[in-house]
Design a protein around this ligand. Structure first.
Ligand code: CTP
Length: 404
């Protein structure tokens, strides 16, 4: 049975081309056994007819405050209380701006302001509108207000331009909702910061110092935390993986210094910070402005400087209400080295994986971990998929798994 069975969902539809996709979303929700009440904005009706929506949902579609011929008043307060979740898909720049500022001039925004349930928003617009500082500001505002933003994908847009702004596919939105209701929502309303992937330290315009980290463990943690209701920010080095859960906010960086700067912006809001990135320990003292050429007599010498230690820097800034978790990938004296890092970086927990264990480490889909906490508390886990390992780590952080 779907976790959405029996749930009351308010589906808000606004005036964007992607409104036709909301029909598929509505069908998926109804098929899963949810009760769906559609609220459409006046502009939304230009894109899709209420008749289609009411026949699929089995309920009259609400758009105005009053039904014109009977004068019947629709109570936004009742709807706000009835809903177990509200999802607005597609959400135009204009609707998000109204939501961010509390401009209650239509039934949808009024219901949003009365809703006590979690609210999910799937933006859809042209790439330039999406990138405009006003839209970025409004989306940030909504995030800060606790709204779950279902990130738009990159792709061809209605304008035929290619870029970010395409509404997440209905199946993706449905999955976010299913994940939300299936997982224990033990991280609802909390911000989780995760670093992932390698860092690249530039030598010249075409070369860098890097490492083999795939980012898979960090992204698996991001998906698991999002499924538990967290607002997740991943500060990611260059990787090929993407989060499965479109509500994960990925901030792409390249070098250790850029990663630190982005982490420092998010860390004050974070309840949990997990340092899963393989940060390069050293960077070239200077980056050559042009490509270093081969046709010269002497072999070039690259002078290195120490990179900042991101985990240790956050460890210094950590408040008592924050949990800081590190990783240790070791080849020798694994437990001693990990315990030493736990102390040195002022971490609350360190996840040790040994390169000696088959199936653990870079690029694999599995991992074998031991979790260490201060005071010599240690939990060993068998080889598992990175998805299951992510669950174990978050269970351990939230105190769900027994400590050994
Ligand atoms: N880390 C970090 N910033 C760095 C180096 C490491 O945030 N500049 C974090 C990693 O993300 C990981 C933890 O610190 O969570 C341990 O990383 P690791 O590379 O194992 O430790 P180092 O301190 O680099 O020690 P060494 O390379 O000597 O093993």
């Amino acid at each position: 049975m779907s976790p959405l069975s029996g749930k009351n969902i308010v589906l808000g539809i606004t005036g964007g081309i992607a409104a036709y996709k909301s029909v598929t979303l509505l069908r998926l929700l109804v098929k899963a056994g949810a009760e769906v009440q559609v609220i459409i904005t006046p502009n939304g009706k230009e894109f899709i007819t209420p008749v289609t929506l009411s026949s699929l949902s089995g309920r009259p579609v609400i758009s105005e405050f009053f039904t014109a011929n009977t004068g019947e008043w629709h109570s936004h307060v009742d709807l706000g209380l009835w809903a177990d979740a509200m999802v607005i898909a597609p959400a135009t720049a204009s609707t998000m701006a109204k939501m961010a500022c509390g401009v209650a001039d239509n039934m949808l925004v009024t219901s949003y302001l009365s809703a006590r349930a979690p609210v999910f928003v799937a933006p859809a617009m042209d790439l330039d509108m999406m990138a405009h500082p006003a839209t970025v500001r409004n989306i940030d505002r909504l995030r800060a207000d606790g709204v779950h933003i279902i990130e738009p994908a990159e792709g061809e847009l209605a304008s035929h331009l290619v870029g970010k702004g395409r509404m997440e596919e209905p199946e993706g939105i449905f999955r976010v909702l299913e994940d939300y209701f299936s997982a224990g929502q033990d991280l609802a309303g909390k911000t989780v910061l995760i670093t992932a992937g390698p860092t690249y330290e530039r030598i010249d315009p075409v070369r860098f110092i890097g490492n083999y980290s795939s980012g898979k463990m960090g992204y698996a943690l991001a998906d698991e935390a999002a499924a538990r209701g967290a607002r997740v920010v991943v500060v990611s080095g260059p990787v090929a993986v993407r989060p499965e859960n479109p509500s994960v906010d990925v901030r792409h960086v390249e070098s250790a210094c850029e990663m630190l700067a982005e982490c420092e912006k998010v860390f004050p809001e974070a309840y949990i910070a997990i340092m899963a990135a393989a940060v390069a320990d050293y960077a070239p003292v200077s980056t050559a402005a042009s490509k270093i050429k081969r046709e010269r007599d002497e072999v070039p010498v690259i002078h290195l400087k120490k990179n900042p230690d991101i985990a240790a820097t956050l460890g210094q800034a950590k408040r008592g209400d924050q949990v800081l978790v590190g990783f240790a990938l070791e080849t020798d004296h694994e437990l001693d080295n990990a315990a030493d890092k736990l102390r040195r970086k002022n971490l609350d927990m360190i996840v040790l994986n040994s390169l000696r264990d088959a199936g653990a480490g870079f690029g694999t889909d599995t991992n074998k971990i031991t979790i260490l906490r201060p005071g010599g508390i240690r939990t060993e886990y068998p080889l598992k998929s990175k998805k299951e390992v992510a669950r174990d780590i978050l269970d351990n952080i939230t105190g769900k798994s027994p400590l050994v």
